[in-house]
Design a protein. Structure first.
Length: 154
């Protein structure tokens, strides 16, 4: 017959095993679940990054066009190509009606890190031409490399 002292070590051993923490198999199961989740979810996010960059470029071009409109209201004309978008931040010489700055911060690069191209007079109407060259930084292209143009909604 077992005495109470014989039973104590077994209950203490069980309690110690529970307090030791997780086992290697439990850790492998958790890591496998995380890896499966990442393999399913992360590729979907990468597809959205390109769409988000194109949307951001459109939004920045629209913000520039709004600022250029305010510049024209004050000065009577858009800044020439030589002055570019910098005229929205820094007062150009010989422009006494300038009431800027027309942008709250320095002129940003496009979402791919390339400068926006500015041309006035433009070739597509009375307003300036503003262009982001897309991911490849080269004129033309398709998909994520396609140019984003101020005179086109695509």
């Amino acid at each position: 017959m077992k005495t109470e002292e014989d039973r104590r070590p077994k209950t203490e051993d069980r309690r110690r095993r529970r307090e030791r923490g997780i086992t290697l198999i439990e850790m492998l199961v958790v890591v496998t679940i995380i890896a499966l989740f990442a393999a399913l979810v992360i590729p979907k996010f990468f597809g959205k990054v390109d769409v988000a960059r194109r949307t951001a470029a459109h939004a920045q071009i629209n913000a520039f066009m709004t600022a250029l409109g305010a510049y024209k209201l004050d000065t009577g004309t858009f800044p020439p190509t030589e002055q570019g978008l910098q005229a929205l931040r820094v007062k150009p010489e010989n422009t006494p009606q300038w009431s800027g700055p027309y942008l709250p911060q320095d002129v940003p690069m496009d979402p791919w890190g390339h400068p926006y191209l500015y041309k006035y007079p433009g070739e597509h109407g009375d307003e300036p031409d503003l262009v982001s060259l897309g991911a490849d930084g080269q004129p033309g292209g398709e998909g994520i490399n396609a140019d984003i143009l101020s005179w086109s909604n695509q």
